[in-house]
Design a binder for this molecule. Structure first.
Ligand code: ADP
Ligand code: MG
Length: 728
C-alpha cells in the first residue's frame, strides 16, 4: 500500500496557487474592521467618546453609564457589518489566544427575540476558565477567573465575531494572562520615564513604550506538513535527514517570493489592513520556504495584541492556500530557525523618541540619559532578560550559530562607544565652564552627525542599538511578545526610578546643577556597566569564555534560565514596581516550567512512536527485500554468491545495527521519562527532562536519519526534507 507520504506528495503537486487580487487601496481598507477613534467618533455620543479617550490616553476609569453607551454603539456598528457574535479575546498563558463566542441574540419572552449587548457584557465576563494554566493560583484562592475590557486596545471584527481585547485575572485579582502584567509594566515605565523627562522638558505628561516586531515563519505545503506526525503534534520535525541542497547557496534570502507564498501574503496583508495591523514589510528569509512579515511599530500593548492576532490570522489564511505556517523556532535541523526581533523604544506625548538623538545638546543629553539607563537596566538584570525569552523551542535556536547566544549583551556601535568613553572622563562633582562648553560642542552636541553615518550592524548581538531604538533579537518566533516586553519595560522603569533618586540627591546634597548631576551619575553608570557591552562576534566560542570572565550568565537551557524568574531580586523587583505580586511571579515560574516539561514529554512520546511504529517496520521491510535478494543470488551463484552479495549483506547488517540503536535508545528514553515523572520537585523534574530525557532524542534521530539514507525511497513513510522545503 502506498505510504501517506506518497499521497501527500501527489496532493501537493496538484495544488495550484489561489490568485489574490487587491481591488482596494490599502489605506482605504486600513482599520475598516476596527472600532477605532474614527469609528467611535461616528458611533459614540460626545460624552462616551470622551470617556473612552480618557481611558485610552490617561488610564481613567470608564463608568457604567458610559460603558452602556459604548456597548450599544459597538453592537450597532458590528450588526451593520453582518456580525452575529461577540467574544472577550484574551491571551492566557498557553501562548495562544482564547475566545468564547456568545450571540447578540437573546429572547425576551412571548417568542420575541432581540439583539442585545449591554455594558455588563462589554466590561466583564466569566469564561469557564478552570482549564487555563494558573500555576496553583486558582486552587489556593478562588476557582473562578474573569476577563475585563482593555479599552486601550480597540475592539475588532474577525469573521462574523466582534472581539473585545481583555485582561484575564483570577477572582482575587492575580493575573492569569500576558496582558495584565504588561499593562502594569507599561504604567511603571510611563511613570518613571515621565519623571526623568521633566529634567529636560516640564511639559511631558506621558511616556509610551513602542514595539515593532519582525515575525519570521516557515510556509509548508499543508498536505505535506500534515503527513508528518511530528509537525502535526509538536510543530517541528523530530527526525529527517537533511536535504542534499539546503540554504548553502544563499539563493532564498530576499529572492523573489514564490507564487503560492506571495498570494498567501497578499491575502494575509489584506486581512491585516482590515484589522488595523499596519504590516508593511515582507520578504524571503535565509532558509528555503522561510519568510518574514513586519509592521510599522505601535504602542507596545497594541503591538503585542496585533502580533498575537496576526499569528492566529496567518494560520487561517495559510490553510485556505493549502499551506501550513510553522512558528516553531527550529522546525528543521541543519537550516536556520525563526525568531521575532522586538524593536523597542520610548517616546513622549510631546512627540520625542527618547532613544533618538536630537538636534540640541540638551535633547542629546536626554537621549544619552535614556540610552545609558537602558544599558544599565540590561546590565543589572541580564539574567532575567534571558529568562524572558526562555522556552523549550527557543532553546534550539539560542547559541546555535544562527541566533544570538544565550548570553545577553548590548551592542552600541563604534561611534557611541567613543561617546561613552569621553563621558567617562567627565570630572567628578562640579564641572568647569570650559568642560561644559567642550561637552556641549564636541561630545553631546556631535551625536546626531555621528549617528547618521553609523551604519554598524551587528547581527550576532541579542540586544543591539540601531540608531533610534533597541532591537531585542533573541525573542523566539513562537513567543508572545508580552513576556519579554513586560520584563524589559519593568527593568527600565526600575532603573529610571533609581536614576532619578541619585540625580536628585546630587542636586540637593552636593548642590550640583541639574546637568552636572546627570553627567555625574551617567559617568558612574558607564564605568559600572562595561561588562554588558560587546561589539564582537556573538556566535564565537571566544565570546563564551570572555563573557564568563566578565561574570555574565550563560544559561543554555530553559530550566536553568527560568530560575532567574524566582530569584529574590526578581520577586522584589516585580513587587516594588507593582507589576506582579510574589504569588503571581511564582505561579508564572511554575507554569513555564510545567510547559517546558510537557513539551519535552510530548516530543519524547511522538519521537518514540515514529521511530518504533514507522521507521523500524519500514527498515525491516526493506531488510527482508535484501534478504530475499541474497537468497536468490545464492540460488543462482551457489558457492560464488558471497562475492556478488557482499554489499547486500553489509546493508542487512547495517540496518540491524540501526534498528538496535533505535530500540535500545527508545527503551532508555521511556525509562528516563518514567523516572522523571516520579519527581515532585518541579525544578528537579524539568532538569531531568532536560538532561536525561532530551539528549536521547539525538541518539534516536541519528539512527532514523541513517536509515533514511539506506532504505528504498519508495517505501520510506515520512515526507522528506527536500519535499517539505522545496515544494513551492
Ligand atoms: P531592520 O531592522 O530590518 O533594518 P527597520 O530598522 O526599518 O528594519 O525597522 C525594523 C522594525 O523596527 C520595524 O518594524 C519598525 O517599525 C520598527 N521600529 C522603527 N522605529 C521604532 C521605534 N521607535 N520603536 C519601536 N520600533 C521601531
Ligand atoms: Mg531588524
Amino acid at each position: 500500500m502506498p505510504t501517506l507520504r506518497f499521497h501527500a506528495v501527489k496532493e501537493s503537486l496538484s495544488n495550484k496557487p489561489i490568485v489574490v487580487e487587491e481591488k482596494e487601496r490599502r489605506s482605504v481598507l486600513f482599520g475598516q474592521n476596527v472600532f477605532n477613534e474614527n469609528t467611535m467618533r461616528q458611533y459614540l455620543t460626545k460624552d462616551a467618546f470622551k470617556g473612552v479617550m480618557n481611558a485610552v490616553k490617561y488610564g481613567k476609569k470608564i463608568d457604567r453609564s458610559i460603558a452602556d453607551q459604548v456597548s450599544s454603539s459597538m453592537k450597532d456598528w458590528a450588526l451593520s457589518k453582518g456580525v452575529t457574535h461577540y467574544t472577550h479575546w484574551f491571551q492566557p498563558l498557553t501562548g495562544t489566544t482564547a475566545e468564547k463566542h456568545d450571540a447578540f441574540f437573546e429572547t425576551v419572552g412571548d417568542g420575541i427575540a432581540i439583539e442585545k449587548f449591554g455594558g455588563d457584557q462589554l466590561v466583564q465576563q466569566e469564561p469557564d476558565a478552570s482549564s487555563f494554566p494558573h500555576g496553583g493560583i486558582r486552587n489556593t484562592f478562588e476557582a473562578r477567573g474573569y476577563t475585563a475590557w482593555d479599552p486601550t486596545s480597540p475592539a475588532f471584527i474577525y469573521g462574523t465575531t466582534l472581539c473585545i481585547p481583555t485582561i484575564f485575572v483570577a477572582y482575587t485579582g492575580e493575573a492569569l494572562d500576558y496582558k495584565t502584567p504588561l499593562l502594569r509594566a507599561l504604567q511603571a515605565v510611563d511613570a518613571a520615564a515621565t519623571e526623568v523627562c521633566k529634567y529636560f522638558d516640564k511639559n511631558v505628561k506621558k511616556v509610551t513604550s513602542s514595539l515593532g516586531w519582525e515575525q519570521e515563519y516557515f510556509l509548508i505545503d499543508k498536505a505535506l506538513a500534515t503527513s508528518r506526525p511530528d509537525i502535526t503534534l509538536t510543530g517541528r520535525t523530530l527526525l529527517g535527514h537533511s536535504s542534499a541542497k539546503g540554504q548553502q547557496l544563499d539563493d532564498h534570502y530576499f529572492g523573489s517570493i514564490p507564487t503560492r507564498a506571495f498570494n498567501f501574503m497578499r491575502e494575509l496583508e489584506t486581512e491585516c489592513m482590515l484589522l488595523g495591523i499596519p504590516v508593511k514589510t515582507r520578504h524571503n528569509e535565509v532558509a528555503p520556504n522561510q519568510f518574514e512579515v513586519a509592521p510599522i511599530f505601535e504602542e507596545a500593548n497594541l503591538a503585542v495584541d496585533h502580533n498575537s492576532l496576526l499569528m492566529d490570522v496567518m494560520g487561517r489564511v495559510a490553510s485556505k492556500h493549502n499551506l501550513k505556517v510553522l512558528f516553531h523556532e527550529k522546525p528543521f535541523a541543519g537550516i536556520n530557525g525563526s525568531g521575532k526581533h522586538n524593536n523597542w523604544s520610548l517616546s513622549t506625548d510631546t512627540g520625542v523618541n527618547l532613544l533618538a538623538p536630537g538636534k540640541t545638546p540638551m535633547s542629546n543629553l536626554q537621549f544619552l540619559t535614556f540610552f545609558i539607563n537602558t544599558i544599565k537596566a540590561v546590565h543589572e538584570h541580564e539574567e532575567l532578560l534571558r529568562a524572558s525569552i526562555a522556552s523549550a523551542s527557543n532553546d534550539h535556536r539560542l547559541g546555535a550559530n544562527e541566533a544570538p547566544p544565550a548570553i545577553i549583551s548590548v551592542f552600541i556601535g563604534q561611534q557611541l562607544t567613543k561617546v561613552l568613553e569621553e563621558l567617562e572622563g567627565v570630572t567628578k562633582g562640579k564641572l568647569s565652564p570650559e568642560e561644559k562648553t567642550e561637552l556641549k560642542l564636541n561630545v553631546v552636541g556631535k551625536i546626531p552627525d555621528v549617528l547618521l553615518d553609523n551604519t554598524d550592524r551587528n547581527r550576532t548581538s541579542p540586544f543591539a542599538f540601531t540608531g533610534n531604538k533597541f532591537e531585542f533579537r533573541a525573542v523566539g518566533s513562537l513567543a508572545n511578545c508580552g513576556n519579554p516586553m513586560t520584563i524589559l519595560n519593568t527593568i527600565v522603569a526600575k532603573q529610571l526610578q533609581d536614576f532619578k533618586i541619585e540625580v536628585d540627591k546630587l542636586i540637593d546634597k552636593k548642590d550640583l546643577k541639574k546637568d552636572e548631576a546627570i553627567f555625574n551619575v551617567l559617568r558612574e553608570y558607564i564605568k559600572s556597566t562595561k561588562a554588558i557591552l560587546f561589539e564582537g562576534n556573538g556566535y564565537g566560542k571566544e565570546w563564551e569564555t570572555e563573557a564568563k570572565k566578565r561574570g555574565l550568565s550563560n544559561n543554555k537551557t530553559t530550566p536553568e534560565a527560568l530560575k532567574a524568574k524566582i530569584s529574590e531580586k526578581t520577586i522584589k523587583l516585580f513587587d516594588d514596581m507593582n507589576v506582579m505580586s510574589p504569588i503571581e511571579t511564582k505561579a508564572r515560574y511554575e507554569i513555564e516550567m510545567e510547559a517546558y516539561i510537557m513539551h519535552i514529554q510530548i516530543e519524547g512520546r511522538v519521537l518514540g512512536d515514529i521511530a518504533r511504529n514507522h521507521i523500524v517496520p519500514t527498515a525491516v521491510k526493506y531488510q527482508n527485500v535484501l534478504i530475499e535478494n541474497v537468497k536468490g543470488l545464492k540460488e543462482i551463484f551457489d558457492k560464488k554468491f558471497v562475492a556478488v552479495s557482499k554489499e547486500q549483506i553489509n546493508l542487512i547488517e547495517e540496518i540491524s545495527s540501526h534498528i538496535e540503536g533505535i530500540n535500545s535508545n527508545v527503551t532508555k528514553m521511556i525509562n528516563e521519562r518514567k523516572k522523571a515523572n516520579t519527581i515532585d520537585d518541579i525544578e528537579k523534574k524539568a532538569m531531568a527532562y532536560c538532561n536525561d530525557v532530551k539528549p536521547l532524542f539525538d541518539d534516536i534521530r541519528y539512527h532514523c536519519d541513517k536509515l533514511e539514507l539506506l532504505v528504498d525511497d519508495e517505501i520510506w513513510p515520512l515526507t522528506k526534507y527536500r519535499e517539505l522545503l522545496f515544494t513551492r
